[in-house]
Write a protein that binds this ligand. Structure first.
Ligand code: TYD
Length: 207
């Protein structure tokens, strides 16, 4: 059992990859839970609504940063730690690295402060592996414009914002060594699945 977090710009294809891995884990009889941030608990789902809303009283950057952390603390204690204790794989759509990418990179809050907050809410728990689906900003914007639903607060941000988010992801991956796997989100879903499975096999986490 291992804790994997999937990261990337919106539209990178995280959910398709997570679902593909989940099918493989099921086929191998490996217990797992699939979860996401913001979310992963009833409290998380409610706060998610506050975070993504576009109305007048949308959270200011520092309120936003703290709301993500509150959701994360709840998620770690109530879902992630119990699942790992029960020897289940945890596949998480976004985790602490999203706060560094979006609140520090995107919103330009001091990075050390976000790292400190991440440590506080997770009590130091980190994924065994971060899978970054790296996507050029142009392609992310193109994929998002093809989606039917209303854009949320992040999807409405300008290109520079998304460039800073992408850069902050790549910097974390570079500094993170073995804990990070960077895949090009321009690959086909089938190829991405193959690349991920072969990495997990290489690490002897999967047969
Ligand atoms: P997500 O659930 O990926 O949105 P969608 O369902 O539209 O794919 O996440 C919503 C947004 O929250 C996403 O744009 C990134 C942002 N986010 C942060 O800014 N900080 C964080 O710590 C997390 C977990 C997410």
């Amino acid at each position: 059992m291992h804790f994997l977090a999937f990261e990337g710009l919106d539209g990178a294809g995280k959910s398709t990859l997570i679902h593909g891995l989940q099918r493989e884990l099921e086929a191998q009889g490996q217990a797992n839970v699939m979860t996401r941030e913001p979310g992963g608990s009833a409290l998380g789902d409610e706060v998610r609504e506050l975070l993504l809303r576009v109305q007048d009283d949308a959270p200011v950057p520092r309120a936003e940063a703290l709301l993500y952390q509150a959701v994360r603390a709840q998620h770690v204690e109530r879902l992630i730690k119990p699942a790992l204790a029960a020897r289940k794989w945890v596949l998480c759509d976004r985790f602490a690295a999203s706060s560094v990418a979006f609140q520090s990179g995107g919103r330009e809050i001091n990075e050390d402060e976000i790292h400190w907050l991440n440590g506080f809410s997770t009590r130091g728990l980190q994924p065994d592996l971060y899978v970054l689906l790296d996507l050029p900003v142009d392609e992310s914007l193109k994929r998002l414009s093809g989606r039917a639903q209303d854009p949320d607060r992040f999807e409405r941000e300008n290109r520079e914002f998304h460039e800073r988010v992408r850069t902050a992801y790549l910097r974390q991956a570079q500094a993170g060594g073995e804990r990070w796997l960077v895949l090009s989100a321009l690959e086909t879903p089938v190829r991405l699945q193959e690349l991920l499975l072969s990495e997990l096999k290489k690490r002897k986490w999967l047969n």
